[in-house]
Design a protein around this ligand. Structure first.
Ligand code: UDP
Ligand code: MG
Length: 138
């Protein structure tokens, strides 16, 4: 899989980190293939995070992700899914490796600056969710 989905989350957009995060991703070898800015509706965020529906943090996550604009991006690189997960770091910035996007820019485990798809199957689904017109997956 050469493509994956990243989302610059509302905390990072609101704090003016967008440019730095995109520069970080490009410096790490990703090419930007699609991008948009969107304030998700509650229904969109619930659907996007449906895999977490039963988790205790689900409602708070939906509230956070609809709290302001976010920036979904389709990114391309060799081994894109695994590589993006390395570059963004652990979910909790306190556990993220130094130099990762979350270590640099996340406020907390909840407001953690960036999303990255966690598998090829989810990358396909998530790119299609925001960019249904994209036909260059794979
Ligand atoms: N999250 C949270 N509390 C938790 C775990 C996760 O608020 O205890 C949020 C956080 O924003 C995270 C998202 O839910 O990025 C999705 O969780 P996941 O376990 O998939 O982490 P990720 O794949 O984003 O590292
Ligand atoms: Mg995840």
């Amino acid at each position: 899989m050469r493509q994956t989905l990243a989302i610059i989350k509302p905390d990072a957009v609101g704090n003016g980190r967008t440019g730095r995060i995109i520069a970080h991703l490009e410096s790490a070898g990703f090419a930007l293939r699609a991008a948009r800015m969107v304030t998700m509706t509650r229904a969109q965020a619930q659907s996007f995070y449906d895999v977490h529906r039963e988790r205790p943090f689900y409602d708070a996550l939906v509230a956070f992700m609809t709290s302001g604009p976010c920036i979904p991006m389709a990114l391309e690189a060799p081994d894109a899914v695994r590589r993006l997960r390395q570059v963004i770091g652990a979910t909790d910035p306190a556990e993220a490796d130094p130099g990762t996007v979350r270590a640099l820019y996340a406020e907390s485990k909840e407001r953690n600056a960036i999303h990255g798809s966690d598998s090829d199957g989810n990358a396909r689904r998530e790119i299609g969710f925001f960019f249904p017109e994209c036909d260059r997956l794979g």
